[in-house]
Design a protein around this ligand. Sequence first.
Ligand SMILES: Nc1ncnc2c1ncn2[C@@H]1O[C@H](COP(=O)(O)OP(=O)(O)OP(=O)(O)O)[C@@H](O)[C@H]1O
Length: 716
Amino acid sequence: MKMVEDTIRVAVRIRPLIKSEIDKGCEECLDTIPGQPQIIIKNSDKAFTFNYVFPPDISQENFYNTAIKDMVTRIFDGYNVTILAYGQTGSGKTHSMGTDYNGIEDMGTIPRSMYDIFKIIASKEEWNFRMSVSFMELYQEQLYDLLSDKQRTHSIVDIREDSKGIKIIGITEKEVQSAEESLECLIEGSQKRVTGSTAMNAQSSRSHAIFTLYIQQQKKDDPNVATTAKFHLVDLAGSERSKKTQATGERFKEGVHINKGLLALGNVISQLGDNGNNSYVGYRDSKLTRLLQDSLGGNSMTLMIACVSPADYNMDETLSTLRYADRARKIKNKPVVNQDPRVAEINRLNELVQKLKLALLNQKSEQSCSSDYEELHEKNELLQQKIRDLTEKLNANLIKMVFMHEKTEFAEQLHDKIKAEMALVLEDCKELLDSYRKNSEHDDEYYAKLKAIYQKILDIQTNEKKTSEELFNHAMSLESKSPIIKDTENDVDNVTSDGELSNCLEDFDKKHEEHTSLQTERNNQVQSINRELAIKEHLITELLKNSSHVIEYSKGLQDMEQEIKTLQAEKDELLIALRNAQTNNISSKLAESRRKKVQELEKKIAALSQQCLEQSKTLKAKEKLQHQIKNLTNEIQSLKQARVKLVRQMRSDADRFAEWKRVREKELHKLKEQDRKRANQMIKLEMQHNKQQNVLKRKMEEAYAANKRLKKIEQI
Ligand SMILES: Nc1ncnc2c1ncn2[C@@H]1O[C@H](COP(=O)(O)OP(=O)(O)OP(=O)(O)O)[C@@H](O)[C@H]1O
């Protein structure tokens, strides 16, 4: 329900001097400043400012358009509107309100507003309307229904007050379809009003008249949009002084009642205008104030028309009216849009049902999974942290591995270089020793020293070979003991989390794991290359061993071939000698010994030839070995290149990742800080939520009660 706070608007209207005043020689005692809502009492320092001040020459139309027209439109927004005319007898209230409307021109507020309202209704085609009017009169503290078909004495109605405001029990509300129909009601009621002639006014209203138009509007395409409004038009009886009105008898009695009501109204206006300092407002002091309760200090938009006579003769009454009006200006009303009560109730209940449904849903889902979820969530968090820690450690180890690989690389290069140089030194040593042996002139002491050095180098070589063998065996045993590092991908498959921090952590973890997994893979490749290298190097050592034997053998082969040649030559010589002996008859003894010698030589040659055959076979094997060694060496070379490449990749990735990690960790730290703040906020919200839950519980009880009420209303 929309609510605005607004002060009561006040319009002062000065009527022209009337004939009786002119006849009396009265002078105008009021002044106005054109364009300013100010009224000045001539020849005094008294001046009042209101929302509007209308000078005597203002036309009815101008008056209506300026002060009333805008108020009229507000009833279509669902506001109650009250137009109230106040002033001394004969000051122009009836004239301004148009309560005495009889169809002639120069009509007042009521007929003009009726025509305006029905004009607006005709233009609002998308709405359905229901209009009705009531007309009542408060005369001598009795409220009469002026539209009742009953006799006047039976048309008295009563005022009641309930939570929604003032109600007139039994009042006739006539449904109307047009301005004309509503004005017919006005005319009909006006004719029943009590008027009388006083010295102040030939046709004086001796009662307060309240003409009300009720409007119900409902949107055609949405019945849930509906408002109701009341438009009260109040023409009060004039305040008077019995001396001036020269009232006697019934007129005097009327005057007493009128004044009593207006006095109570004056008090209410004072109390309300007292800036709210006075909590007591005497609405119940008179029927008039009870009737106007909603219009003054209530939920209505109200305009008070303070009617004054300009005659100096009436200056006291005029001043009194202006003071009344000035206080009324300070009253603050709280106009509210009146939704159709049934529609409003249905809307309110619908809204409540929606809210309750939502609350129930939230509650259900919270209840069902809150405990399980929290437990799982905690476990999940712990596991995630563990994975994070392990990945961190693994990654740190991988970085160490990169260092190790690099170190190994350098060590291997150095080792190879030393090995090659040692072989050269050994060769030189051997040469020196050989030349010592051949040349006996050399000093024995130097020879002994050189031999010792040669032996040392040989020992170093043997040790190196032994160590390489041990290293190979160690590498082989490591393979069976330490499994290749597995990446953690499978372990983290099911890890999920929510929230901005969680998303960020998830991203961080993902990248961390990806990097670690890739580095692990490379490390595994490096390790398997190392094992392969060890095997191949071991193989080469073995092959070299075999091939050195073959070299020694191959040297024997040349000797043997030489020997065969010598033996063959010796044999050939003997055979020639034998042939010559046969022709020259040389003694058979000599020939015999020569033949035996030839036979021996042939045996020797055959044996040596056999040996030579075997040796050439060995030489072929040696060639094969060398070929194998060459292949292995090439393979080792390319394996080493691959290893260098892998280690370099590991190094550059590790450096790049370390930089990325440093930046991300900074961001994460920031987010964690934000998250911590958010968590505190959550705790606060949770506390609020608990409070709301309690309110909800109460609302559910209310809804139940309201449903019951609604069913009753529908039954009625
Ligand atoms: N603005 C005006 N212009 C011309 N004549 C006016 C104006 N206001 C009032 N009159 C005339 O003054 C006389 C008294 O006015 P009216 O009956 O409206 O007074 P009232 O305040 O209703 O009096 P009461 O309280 O006795 O009923 C009427 O004859 C009316 O036509």
